[in-house]
Write a protein that binds this ligand. Sequence first.
Ligand code: 0O2
Length: 231
Amino acid sequence: MDAPPLAVTTDEGIATFSPEQLRAMRDEFQRFLLDYQFALREVETKLGILRDEFQLMHDYNPIEHLSSRVKSADSLVEKVVRKGIDPSFASIRAHITDIAGVRVTTSFTKDAYRLFDLLTQQDDVTVREVKDYIAEPKANGYKSLHAIVEVPVFLSTGRVSVAVEVQFRTIAMDFWASLEHKIYYKYDGAVPDGLLAELKDAADSAALLDARMERLHGELHGQRPGPLRAV
Ligand code: 0O2
């Protein structure tokens, strides 16, 4: 027996969808996300090759951790509504550039910049936007280097160019950001002033730790020590 149609309330009134229509919508959404999953694989492969090459040629691994995700449906819908974007696939594809996201966690700040350069200089990678929150941290103390890049994905139907947001940050920056993220959600964005001040203080401490570890690492490898300065 066929399942009954599903009624959904919209701005225009009540719309009904048959099970076939719902399945077609689900398939279309999954197909939309597939390009982003493929693009993530491309970027992960590029970064994995750089990591393995560094390890082999220089006996040094600049990448502590590599993670990736396709934005959840809930988070995507929330962003479409918050930014007032037309909810068509074409418009979402054009305006939301962090549907595919890769996070590269490095030991040192200079490795974050080095990996950014090595990835973005590849001739099949197009840089759409860069936000350098390491050079210019956000007021709350958030530091990270963000790049929106486009990479080609080769499908049976031809080549498509897909946007991926790549975030480069040190372990200390990552530690801070993941705690701040949890606190922000716990307080639903309304974090008490005292806690905000403590978080900013902790971000400054993390920056000093980064500078200190990088200096020690430099000394270990024969570089002359410079003044201790948070980047
Ligand atoms: P998730 O779970 O990582 O996907 P937006 O802030 O999204 O409206 P835009 O221009 O896309 O606008 O933001 P931006 O500055 O490039 O930052 C996007 C991502 O950077 C966020 O993704 C976070 O991952 C991270 N980020 C930016 N600012 C902060 C911050 O103050 N604290 C922390 N912990 N992370 C930050 P999403 O979509 O918020 O979340």
